[in-house]
Design a protein around this ligand. Structure first.
Ligand code: GLA
Length: 713
């Protein structure tokens, strides 16, 4: 349905909150409202008095960076957009509103798209730019959105990211200071190793109360995720106002990071900017979590109703050092333990350049006949004979210089005219070349064809882009590679997903280097981080789970950190559970722990993967970060509760008050530490909400509870 442009406000109901825009007499769009009542707020003064909805370089606000900055074909630097149409399509799951604006002087259109999903409260917003000017235009900034907020001087921001590899999702709460804060990621491929494209913002004051303790289920919290598998940015530009104690002005821009990459857009080509998914919770971070989980399941995940498998992986057990009999031995043990999938990692390929370490062989996807004389088929058969599935690791986008592929196709590299730099001894193939894309799809096709019962693939990408340059682009469009490589790579991933609809895909990029809601659309789950130290993992998974549900957050038991095995298992059980141990070398005692963990996974994985998360004790904020606790609530009333003692406590023990229970219901309460303690009792919902005394004092211990209603209504 199409409406004529109007002076009436454009209202987007995002489900419990929303936003309104209104055009002034010149057709310029202003942000009338934003927040819990943002979609219903009345127009009280002339539209021109409200802040701009999407500032361009148009002469009105010379003191702030614009969301859109275009050099037009004739060299004009300014862009003045006016509303030309509003279209609205409603369907049972929400509405799609398109707000179309056109430049006053040039035939250049910017469309703002809003896709609401009221069931979750997450709004998808993106922009599309196209033109028919006399030649290409250059985009120097191309943000998806530019929100305007008034925030108190104690508003806070949570960002996620550490030093790089093995340090994903490091939590950091910071005051929203005056000036400009840019949460930017670079590197093109695996940008999220450095910084996740997600943030949390407290628009109404600090997250914590006077004692610093954060009420996880109270208060206003904005959660924002840039669904982009390349360089992204979240930029917060804060200005004070003249009056003392007056709220500050915040302009929040987000989208693809155009830094150093002016984009040349040809006439007739539509540039679709990344989707930003965001929500405004009035029930704290629990509300943000629930919204993003619900939306991810409904709008992002492949096969959302399919329970994710219990995966045994050989990487940490063998690295590159294995042969057929060792792998068959591990498959045996995995099947005996009750796994669903055995995943063979890196090191299985390479002919003239066998992949015995990471220096060679990448690109040559024929099996290494020394390690695996019969190829992958005997392994897949061995798995099938033991009743489990076989999975395989690939890294289709990369090549070692020491490879037959490189010898045959040196022109396939992503590089400029210089000698490219190696990272992990490898180069990046250029996905803008159609032959390269076909090759990458072919890597998966032929690997699966060589062992047709294979039904799980781990897709890795182990280096950033350091030598931007593509033979597929003309000289004046080389910088487009930073934006266009994402779409080209998504095209390859989409073809793989469509070609193998029943094969489960795990997304990995040196760990969690590509964890975003855009790329995830073609995958079933992701490898959260190569860092599997359970102490670190509790903190990472606590952070990551604000945006992604347990079903997609792969968590494997390893020896990393040499932590006690029951504790390591308990931590992995709070995500998509798996094991990456040398199962041939575990003691009888350890074997018993693993069996308890597998049994626990079997009983609870539907709840843990799909349930509603409620948070109690944060391991990343406040004076005492030695503990963590949360619960996950299934549709049928069953609940899994997790408590971890990570370190020596600095404060007295909390009481765990489990929320979201029916006070009158009776629950069977089964508690375990996976180390021999296993007790079952009963309690009412009211008693459990009243509190469970914190049961842990020694560092590196865990307690898991299963609550099962005994009198389901
Ligand atoms: C990356 C991945 C690991 C593993 C290795 C194999 O580092 O993140 O899980 O697959 O590559 O080389």
């Amino acid at each position: 349905m199409s409406d004529a442009p109007t002076s009436q406000p454009i209202r987007i109901d995002a489900g419990g909150w929303g936003l309104s825009w209104v055009a002034d007499d010149d057709g310029r769009l202003h942000q009338l409202g934003l927040g819990p009542e943002g979609h219903t707020v009345p127009l009280e003064v002339g539209a021109q008095w409200y802040p701009l909805a999407f500032p361009t370089l148009d002469g009105t606000d010379p003191f702030r960076p614009p969301a859109l900055q275009i050099t037009h074909a004739d060299g004009t630097l300014t862009t003045r957009l006016a509303l030309t149409a509003v279209e609205r399509d409603d369907d049972p799951s929400g509405s799609h509103v398109v707000v179309r604006t056109t430049d006053e002087r040039f035939d250049l259109t910017v469309e703002h798209h809003f896709r609401s999903h009221p069931d979750s409260g997450v709004l998808e917003q993106w922009a599309e730019v196209f033109h028919v000017e006399d030649g290409p235009v250059t985009l120097l900034a191309h943000d998806t959105l530019a929100l305007f907020l008034m925030v108190p001087d104690d508003a806070e921001l949570v960002q996620f990211g550490g030093a790089g590899w093995a340090d994903e999702w490091r939590w950091s709460t910071d005051p929203l200071t005056i000036g400009t804060t840019v949460l930017g990621s670079l590197g093109g491929v695996q940008p999220h190793l450095q910084r996740s494209p997600c943030l949390l913002l407290s628009p109404a004051g600090p997250f914590g109360g006077p004692d610093g303790a954060v009420a996880q289920d109270e208060g206003e919290v904005i959660g924002l995720s840039v669904a982009w598998g390349g360089n992204s940015h979240l930029t917060l530009d804060v200005k004070p106002r003249a009056e003392l104690d007056a709220p500050r002005e915040l302009r929040l821009r987000a989208g693809a990071n155009a830094l150093g990459a002016p984009y040349r857009l040809d006439p007739g080509v539509r540039m679709v900017l990344p989707t930003v998914a965001w929500t405004w919770s009035t029930t704290g971070r629990d509300g943000v979590t629930e919204a993003f989980h619900r939306w991810s399941r409904d709008r992002v995940l492949r096969d959302p109703d399919r329970l994710r498998p219990l995966v045994v992986n050989n990487w940490e057990a063998t690295f590159f050092d294995f042969d057929e009999s060792r792998i068959v031995g591990l498959i045996d043990r995995a099947a005996d333990l009750g796994a669903d999938v055995f995943l063979l990692d890196d090191g299985w390929f390479g002919t003239t350049h066998p992949r015995d370490d990471d220096t060679q062989g990448l690109g040559d996807w024929d099996h290494d006949v020394r390690k695996l004389p019969g190829g992958l088929a005997p392994l897949a058969d061995a798995a099938a004979a033991r009743g489990i599935r076989f999975g395989i690791w690939v890294e289709p986008e990369m090549v070692n210089p020491l490879s037959e592929l490189h010898e045959a196709h040196p022109e396939w590299e992503l590089r400029d005219g210089r000698e490219p730099r190696l990272h992990r001894h490898q180069l990046h193939l250029d996905p803008l070349q159609p032959d390269v894309r076909d090759f990458e799809v072919g890597v998966v096709d032929r690997t699966l064809a060589s062992a047709p019962s294979t039904s799980y693939v781990k897709w890795d990408a182990n280096r950033p882009i350091t030598d931007p340059g593509s033979r597929a682009l003309p000289t004046d469009r080389q910088a487009n590679v930073w934006f266009d490589h994402v779409g080209a790579t998504w095209d390859v991933m989409a073809r793989v997903a469509e070609g193998h609809p029943d094969v489960e895909l795990m997304l990995c990029a040196s760990g969690g280097g590509r964890v975003d809601h855009g790329t995830l659309r073609w995958f079933h789950e992701f490898w959260t981080s190569d860092n599997t130290d359970p102490v670190t993992r509790v903190r990472m998974q606590w952070a990551c789970s604000h945006f992604f549900p347990g079903a997609v957050m792969a968590a494997h038991v390893t020896r990393w950190g040499e932590r006690p095995l029951p504790f390591a298992c308990a931590v992995a059980l709070s995500g998509r559970f798996g094991i990456d141990l040398d199962l041939g070398a575990v003691s009888a005692e350890e074997d018993a722990v693993l069996r308890r963990a597998v049994a626990w996974a079997r009983r609870t994985q539907d709840v843990v993967q799909r349930g509603v998360v409620r948070r109690y004790v944060s391991p990343v904020e406040g004076p005492d970060r030695s503990r963590a606790a949360w619960s996950v609530h299934g549709d049928d009333g069953r609940v899994a509760v997790f408590a971890f003692q990570l370190d020596e406590p600095a404060t007295s023990a909390p009481t765990l008050r489990v929320r979201g229970l029916d006070p009158a219901a009776s629950y069977e309460v089964r508690a375990t530490d996976l180390d021999g303690f296993d007790e079952t009792s009963t309690a009412t919902g009211a008693e459990l909400t009243d509190g469970i005394a914190w049961p842990l004092d020694a560092p590196l211990t865990a307690r898991l509870w299963e609550l099962t209603p005994t009198d389901p209504a």
